[in-house]
Structures are given as structure tokens and as C-alpha cells.
Design a protein around this ligand. Structure first.
Ligand code: DGL
Length: 266
């Protein structure tokens, strides 16, 4: 089969990557997609780099076996630590969420002070710092792990008092640092955008790495001549490594649309 006709492969540690999936299907509605959520081993954010790399390699192998033309690592934590090895080990294009988010943040900052929020793993890896400073060494980056945002989003507490207090406590130090740009460096954080915006104020530009990643996928597909011609709607297949029921429940809330069948794989 010609590469053009093959699906895009997306993986994440679980359900959060659906925020990236959503941006990809909005921008590229004709593409078929296979999504893998590693729900049996989520969260990745608190694990060691070696473990995250091994999980990411296994996820990649699964998607390659399905026959995909491009691989999107929707998980920030996985992108932060495993992208170099995944790129080296595989022949198809591999796109992570860090570089696109970093590029956008570097473009929009005026005062060269950027905040980055993510999981412990993403923050510890300093991957966003490296990516931003590759573009402009003069940019100061202030990072902060916000681990409680993940369960809050999955609980559906997008906009309530507990979430507001949590956001205040995590984000007030970033406000004091006078950043003018904040990278939402975790799959779940765009879902909490209202509360994050409330705390940060309207002056701070929020960068959604998932949105930027979708643009990068579009660019690479076009550049390599492997985009699906725009005639029909794309079809989607979802796989998880555990508890398809919960993935459907939380995922449909994240996406605001029905997911259809979700298959469990080991
Ligand atoms: N998907 C992860 C990320 O974007 C968040 C959830 C996890 O810790 O696995 O970093």
C-alpha cells in the first residue's frame, strides 16, 4: 500500500493524549488515525526515564505493527525523555509535543520570560528548556511540576473551587516571575485552561503544545508527500492496555464526542 493511505499513529500514557488527537483531527480531518493509550501503566509522569523509554518503545512497536506512516508521541513526559531514541530507532517520521510547543512559545514571548508546567518527569528532564534555548539562549525559563492537574482533569473537575485553589498554589510563583508566556506542557492541562487563565491573567499567552504539534504533523505529511487527499472523513481506531470502559467515559468527556469501539491489547 502506498504510504499516503496509511493511518497516523498516536500514543499516550492514557486518555490525556486525546487532547492532541482532537487537534490533529481538527486540522487533518481526512487522515485515518490509530490511537494507543497505555492505560495499564499510566501515569508516566512519576516514572524513571529508563522505564518511560521502555514503555514508549513498546507502544511504538505496537503502532508500527499496525502499519502507520507517521508516529505522534502525544505524551509530554514520553516526548521529553524518549524522543531521541524513538527517532533513532525508527524509519518513519516521529513527532513529539515538546519542540512544537517550545517553538511557539519562543515566537510569542516579548519579554523573554517563559513558564513551563508539566509532570514531574517532564520538568525534571528539562526538555522544554533545552528546546527553547536552542532557539534563543536569552530566554529565561521557569518550570513547575503540577502533578495534581492530571487527576483533577480526569475527575472532570475542570472549573471548581478545588481546582482553582490548586492552580493558585502551583501558579502564583510563576506569576511573580513575570512570565508573559506559559507552555501547557502536559496532555491534560488544556482542559484546565479556564482556571489557569484566571490565575495567570489575560496578559499571559498560554501555549497549547498539542495544537502546535498538529501543525507540525500537517507540515511533515505535506513535506513528505504522504498526506491523505481530502475526499472523505478519516476513520479512527482506539486501543488501550487496560480498562476500556474508563477510557471511554473520561475520553468522551475530554473530546466532547463519542469514541466508538475501544479495543484492549496487552
Ligand atoms: N500524558 C502525560 C503527559 O503529557 C500526563 C499523564 C501521565 O503522567 O502519564 O505528560
Amino acid at each position: 500500500m502506498k504510504k499516503k493511505g496509511l493511518p497516523i499513529g498516536i500514543f499516550d500514557s492514557g486518555v490525556g493524549g486525546l487532547t492532541v488527537f482532537k487537534e490533529v483531527i481538527t486540522l487533518l480531518p481526512h487522515e485515518d488515525i490509530i490511537y494507543l493509550g497505555d492505560t495499564a501503566r499510566v501515569p508516566y509522569g512519576t516514572r524513571s526515564p529508563q522505564t518511560i523509554i521502555r514503555y514508549s518503545q513498546e507502544n511504538t512497536r505496537f503502532l508500527l505493527h499496525q502499519g502507520v506512516k507517521i508516529l505522534v508521541v502525544a505524551c509530554n513526559t514520553s516526548s521529553a525523555v524518549s524522543l531521541p531514541s524513538l527517532k533513532k530507532e525508527n524509519e518513519i517520521p516521529v513527532i513529539g509535543v515538546i519542540e512544537p510547543g517550545a517553538r511557539r512559545a519562543s515566537e510569542v514571548t516579548q519579554n523573554k520570560r517563559i513558564g513551563v508546567i508539566g509532570t514531574e518527569g517532564t520538568v525534571k528532564s528539562r526538555a522544554y528548556e533545552r528546546a527553547i534555548q536552542m532557539i534563543d539562549q536569552k530566554i529565561a525559563i521557569i518550570s513547575r511540576a503540577c502533578p495534581l492537574f492530571v487527576p483533577l482533569a480526569e475527575e472532570g473537575w475542570m472549573d471548581n473551587e478545588v481546582t482553582r485553589l490548586t492552580a493558585q498554589s502551583y501558579l502564583s510563583p510563576l506569576c511573580e516571575e513575570k512570565i508573559d508566556t506559559l507552555v501547557l506542557g502536559c496532555t491534560h492541562y488544556p482542559l484546565l485552561e479556564t482556571v489557569i487563565r484566571e490565575v495567570m491573567g489575560d496578559e499571559v499567552c498560554l501555549v497549547n503544545s498539542g495544537k502546535e504539534t498538529a501543525k507540525e504533523v500537517q507540515r511533515v505529511l505535506n513535506e513528505q508527500g504522504i498526506a491523505t487527499p481530502g475526499k472523505r472523513d478519516g476513520s479512527y481506531k482506539f486501543y488501550v492496555t487496560d480498562n476500556a470502559k474508563r477510557f471511554i467515559k473520561v475520553g468522551e468527556r475530554f473530546l466532547g464526542r463519542r469514541l466508538g469501539a475501544v479495543n484492549e491489547v496487552t
